[in-house]
Design a protein around this ligand. Structure first.
Ligand code: SF4
Length: 77
């Protein structure tokens, strides 16, 4: 868990402004974290990209599910 950086819009349902970060170098996509999370913090999707021409940063990748402040349609969750 990390504190959501200021550049991201914290969802209204998240008053503590903390967010799960997955280490994608260790994750085996077993989905156990999804099934056991008591607050349903994880959202799954069939949309993914595992190849990149730039270095992968697990924190950036995890936080990319949040909208950045000032983006159109910023979080009204
Ligand atoms: S519980 Fe499974 S899916 Fe979740 S982060 Fe760990 S290895 Fe990945």
């Amino acid at each position: 868990m990390v504190k959501i950086p200021e550049v991201y819009e914290a969802p209204k349902k998240n008053p503590r402004k903390i967010y799960p970060v997955i280490n994608y170098f260790r994750c085996v996509f077993c989905y156990r974290c999804v099934s056991v999370c008591p607050v349903n913090a994880y959202v799954t999707s069939n949309v993914y990209e595992l190849a990149s021409t730039s270095p992968i940063n697990s924190m950036e990748l995890s936080l990319s599910t949040l909208k950045k402040k000032g983006e159109a349609g910023a979080a009204e969750k």
